[in-house]
Design a protein around this ligand. Structure first.
Ligand code: UDX
Length: 460
């Protein structure tokens, strides 16, 4: 490949992602948007996670790695979460510097680091090398707003009020807050990491968020008073949303291998809006009892279902469930989620409300049954039901579990009930607004244009 010379090279962005599927997906998609607009983008993640990545054959985004200090197993290899984060910071900083030097020596110098907000130390390196530093928030603006208030000492913890009032957000109950906040003992190291996202954000040249203005207007307006926040989402692959990029046939670096043929074959010829798609994302670990209740709820709903159960979760399914339900349901370890949500047979998404899954369902107009598990998901579930009116939050019992009757009821309501009709109308509305935001001249597209234009100027 011809080496670029400074006379005609385009601006070059490193896009540094925290090493999980829910962070790699939006940052990869953002990289593709940059490339489409004429900026060279290189996605960077850790060596350990890159070993497990299944790269789409046609993927044309360059992938580079740094080390988190645990090259064999990543966080799973670490003694503890705090030990992992501390070492990632130290070894990550050092290997990021080495990567910058390598790229510079190979004729592809870097102009800008777009870094995951979970890795604020990357900004120090960008500044040290005189590069543009752009923080990228992969979670919702509402969730970022909540952690910002904690960082500033404006939200007193532990929570003591039955209702939490924060500017730019609807009134929230304690259980609507991110789990690391309402249960401070659960993951103190992750809580710290989320609060520290804001430790140096005022020094960043750009503050980007994977949301779209129309979806979180009040929260965005409020945050934009503090920094020049720019919304750049939803980062859904353009092949689904933006038909301008016709040749964009790849959409992922997947940590698990999707069983695409089996899914598409099974979905084909199912009646429109009849299938329930169930997934709890790439990380959530369900209690065995919860898994069984969901299974019986699906069975009682009498609907066809496609359920993603990761290999590590399979043993929690009721005995013989897969065999007994083979007429009605397909259980798979991983699937091409976007193609599933985009399929007309799918009428309902039982989801853990990870931010990517939430944005994807909104963008494809698929009504949701919210079954949040941890981290930001409880806040996303609140917005899905009460703000965007895109679904129902399944009620939980005193043990915090969604019982089979509740799961059945929510699925039936969405597929056949009166509330389902209203939700489907809203789903149709959000689908349109999401597409407009990323389409040429839309709110997110304009922000990306502005970012690219300034970057190109900077690199000349
Ligand atoms: C994590 C957190 O749990 C989430 O709350 C946070 O907002 C982001 O990081 P994860 O649990 O994996 O992410 O959920 P989610 O954000 O929904 O991301 C999962 C991604 O994997 C989605 O982009 C989804 O399309 C994809 N996926 C999921 C598949 O491609 N196939 C599947 O079978 C399941």
């Amino acid at each position: 490949m011809e080496k670029e010379t400074s006379a005609h090279r385009s601006a070059h962005c490193l896009v540094l992602s925290y090493p999980t599927q829910g962070h790699i997906n939006p940052m990869l998609e953002f990289s593709k948007r940059l490339e489409h607009k004429g900026v060279k983008a290189t996605l960077v993640t850790t060596s350990s996670i890159s070993k497990t990545i299944h790269k789409a054959e046609s993927s044309n985004i360059a992938l580079e790695t740094i080390s988190d200090g645990y090259d064999e197993g990543g966080i799973k290899q670490a003694e503890s979460i705090p030990a992992y984060l501390e070492r990632f910071w130290r070894v990550g900083s050092q290997t990021l510097v080495e990567l910058l030097e390598k790229l510079s020596a190979s004729g592809s110098p870097v102009d800008c680091i777009v870094y995951d907000s979970f890795l604020p130390w990357a900004l120090d390196i960008a500044k040290k090398f005189g590069l543009v530093g752009a923080v990228f928030f992969t979670q919702s603006c509402a969730v970022d707003n909540i952690f910002y208030h904690v960082h500033e000492g404006l939200l007193k913890l532990p929570l003591s009020e039955p209702e939490i009032l924060l500017p730019g957000l609807p009134p929230l109950e304690p259980q609507d807050m991110p789990s690391f906040i309402y249960d401070l003992k659960s993951y103190p190291a992750f809580f710290d990491m989320l609060v520290k996202q804001f430790s140096n954000v005022d020094k960043a040249d750009w503050v980007l968020c994977n949301t779209f203005y129309e979806l979180e207007q009040e929260a965005v307006d409020w945050m934009a008073k503090i920094w020049p926040l720019k919304t750049v989402g939803p980062t859904i692959p353009s092949m689904f949303l933006d038909k301008r990029i016709e040749d964009d046939r790849d959409y992922g670096f997947s940590i698990f291998k999707p069983n695409t043929d089996a899914c598409m074959k099974w979905l084909k010829d199912r009646p429109q809006g009849s299938v329930v798609y169930v997934s709890f994302g790439s990380m959530a670990v369900l209690e065995a009892e919860q898994m069984q209740e969901i299974a019986w709820g699906l069975r009682m709903s009498n609907s066809s279902f496609l359920w993603v159960v990761r290999a590590s979760e399979e043993a929690k399914l009721p005995e013989n469930f897969v065999e007994e339900m083979s007429e009605k349901g397909l259980v798979l370890q991983w699937c091409p989620q976007l193609e599933i949500l985009n399929h007309e047979a799918v009428g309902c998404f039982v989801t853990h409300c990870g931010w990517n899954s939430t944005l994807e369902a909104l963008s494809f107009g698929v009504p949701m049954v919210a079954v949040p598990q941890w981290t930001d998901q409880s806040t996303n579930a609140k917005f899905i039901m009460d703000v965007w009116k895109m679904g129902l939050k399944a009620p939980v019992d005193e043990k915090g579990l969604v019982r089979r009757e509740a799961a059945e009821h929510c699925i039936r309501e969405i597929l056949e009930g009166e509330r389902g009709k209203e939700i489907k109308k809203n789903a149709f509305k959000w689908r349109k607004i999401a597409k407009e935001a990323v389409d040429q001249g839309g709110s997110s597209d304009k922000n990306i244009e502005e970012f690219v234009a300034k970057l190109v100027l900077h690199s000349q």
